[in-house]
Write a protein that binds this ligand. Structure first.
Ligand code: VGL
Ligand code: ZN
Length: 212
């Protein structure tokens, strides 16, 4: 079975949000269109407690964009974002949730970041998504969402490692490009690791025709 994974379609990653991804809102209609054509759709939600250690505000003298060592892991510091139960952490209201079977939250542990929808950044704890998909008999996953160079990238890499056949829907993703080229490099790395890349239009045509 195939599954569609909608990554972090939350207000804080959209224009006007705390960690705005340029044009982030433009992928919401693509998510809605694709979701109708999948038997199984799941979403992820960045879900940090207040005072999460990935927030620059928790490190005196540091600002968003600085990089620190956080318990042995390199940590890019972010503005406060996706704080649990705040508006910024909610999935965008235009996202049609009627086809979404389950929302997997990540980043709840205050001491470690979690870009991937499957594991925290040290691979210490699983979100449960991997087992959930395997129990449903999923072998092929399609990913889209925000941000290409962080949560989409690391989710796709983990999905490959877990043995799924992985396709990234490129026009369904937008990136941050902290360093110019990050988005392009993320896509290159994903392809090198075995991910397929498609655009939503072609994917919809294939699925409507029942060929992929
Ligand atoms: C993300 C940075 C921090 C993402 C989440 O969803 O790509 N990026 N937290
Ligand atoms: Zn986050």
């Amino acid at each position: 079975m195939d599954a569609l994974i909608l990554v972090d379609l939350q207000y804080d990653f959209m224009p006007g949000g705390a960690l705005a991804v340029p044009e982030g809102d433009e992928v919401v209609p693509i998510a809605n269109r694709l979701a109708k054509h999948f038997e199984l759709v799941v979403a992820s939600q960045d879900w940090h407690p207040p005072g999460h250690r990935s927030f620059a505000s928790q490190h005196p003298g540091k600002k968003p964009g600085d990089v620190i060592d956080l318990d042995g892991l390199e940590q890019h510091l972010w503005p406060d974002h996706c704080v649990q139960h705040t508006h910024g952490a909610q999935l965008h209201k235009d996202l049609d949730q009627s086809n979404i079977e389950r929302v997997f939250q990540k980043g709840e542990d205050p001491g470690i970041d979690s870009y991937s929808t499957f594991f925290d950044n040290a691979h210490r704890r699983a979100t449960g998504l991997g087992d959930f998909l395997k129990n449903k008999g999923v072998t092929k996953v399609f990913l889209m969402g925000l941000a290409t160079d962080y949560c989409v990238k690391f989710s796709a890499l983990d999905a490959i490692e877990l043995g799924f056949n992985v396709t990234v829907v490129s026009d369904g993703c937008r990136g941050i490009d902290v360093r110019p080229g990050d988005v392009a490099n993320a896509m290159k790395q994903l392809v090198k690791k075995g991910a397929n890349v498609t655009i939503s239009h072609g994917l919809l045509q294939n699925r409507e025709a029942g060929v992929g």
